[in-house]
Design a protein around this ligand. Structure first.
Ligand code: SF4
Length: 377
């Protein structure tokens, strides 16, 4: 079944480390954007079955519940949305109230994913986030009261001035709050990030690389102890509460993305909408295509992508499924190339699966390189 991704490119303020496709919220622009988004959904729909919908951003919780309800109605009109659909909405803690969360629930949202990033106020301030740790706790409590029984929290590690103990404080605070799901990301400092200047000015540093590895491994160990199960490099959940939408990205599934900058993958093709909000609205108004890049996936590229994304999963690559779908025996095709990583303890074979170990997850890009077979492209 298809996953549907809806991009909401608006934020109340721009965080100093952010590379996402977003801009400042503007009520007039939002109205125009929602019209365009709804039109794109309705035009794309041909009744195909869909079982996940994901509002990503930006900050989707800047949309009013009625906006979300309108978009969901368009999805239901245009696609055969299954009865047990998972509908996720990303939310920033400072944007929600009890009433707003109840409104999302009423609109049909089943899962809320809060961008918490840290439970330490000084770390949040360094990231120029608008919320505090208490604000995040309150948002989760209000989401529970509104009836959400599927909540995810994002945390970021390797923050300026953060050391292992401080990172583990945030992990402990997350466990105390008790979400069903958590995503752990490593802060990536892109070259022109304003955060880089802030760090230089204030003399903030990141911990050494080896400490970042410890943060990852120790954080996951604490989550193991608390009963969470790691199912992907950056994601853990209570059993059965994996994000069904994101699993489509890692399990070689198909999805349609709507809105500026959204990606789609379907029927051996991949395409991406124009990134600019204005350009996207303009094109939808003029009836011009919104996709700026489209490429057909050759069988080899499709296979490679299935290998990379499948290896991100803790259960690893299902070698029998790859053979069935692509007619490729991975072990025969890549021969002894993965062996050095097996010997180093970064890759492991188990029950017809090839999987990264946790240490292998830290070095996943090096391991993925084994499966790029330029000669057969
Ligand atoms: S709220 Fe999220 S999308 Fe918006 S600027 Fe901050 S990090 Fe980027």
């Amino acid at each position: 079944m298809l996953g549907l991704y809806l991009h909401v490119p608006f934020c109340a303020a721009i965080c100093n480390y952010c590379t996402f496709n977003r801009g400042l919220f503007d009520a007039g622009l939002k109205t125009q954007y929602l019209e365009a988004l709804e039109r794109e959904i309705r035009l794309a729909g041909e009744g195909s079955p869909a079982d996940t919908i994901y509002f990503g951003g930006g900050t989707p919780s800047l949309l009013a519940p009625a906006d979300v309800a309108g978009l969901l109605l368009a999805c239901r009109d245009a696609f055969a949305v299954s009865r047990d659909v998972e509908i996720t909405l990303e939310a920033n803690p400072e944007t929600v109230t009890a009433a707003r969360l109840a409104g999302y629930r009423e609109a049909g949202v089943t899962r809320v994913s809060f961008g918490v990033q840290s439970f330490r106020d000084e770390e949040l301030r360094r990231l120029s986030r608008l919320h505090s740790a208490d604000c995040a706790r309150t948002a989760v409590t209000e989401a529970r009261v509104a009836g959400f029984d599927n909540i995810s929290l994002d945390l970021m590690m390797w923050l300026p001035e953060q050391r292992l103990d401080q990172w583990l404080d945030s992990i402990d605070a997350l466990v105390a709050v008790g979400p069903e799901h958590a995503s752990l990301y490593l802060l990536e400092l892109y070259p022109n990030a304003p955060l880089k200047e802030d760090m230089a000015r204030a003399g903030w540093s990141q911990a050494p690389d080896a400490d970042a590895a410890d943060m990852y491994l120790e954080g996951l160990r604490r989550l193991d102890d608390a009963g969470y199960r790691q199912y992907e490099i950056s994601n853990v959940s209570r059993p059965g509460r994996e994000c069904r939408h994101n699993l489509k990205y890692w399990q070689d599934g198909e999805w349609l993305g709507f809105g500026c900058g959204a990606h789609s993958t379907r029927a051996n093709a991949r395409w991406k909408n124009v990134a600019s909000t204005d350009d996207y609205i303009e094109r939808m108004r003029a009836g011009r295509p919104t996709a700026s890049e489209r490429r057909e996936l050759s069988p080899q590229v499709h296979l490679e992508e299935a290998l990379f994304t499948g290896l991100r999963l803790a259960e690893g690559l299902d070698l029998a499924a790859i053979l069935k779908r692509y007619g490729v025996d991975v072990l025969a095709r890549y021969g002894p190339a993965p062996e050095p990583f097996v010997e180093m303890g970064l890759l492991i074979y188990h029950a017809d699966h090839l999987a990264l170990t946790r240490r292998g997850m830290l070095l996943s890009n090096e391991v993925f390189g084994v499966f790029i077979d330029a000669s057969v492209r």
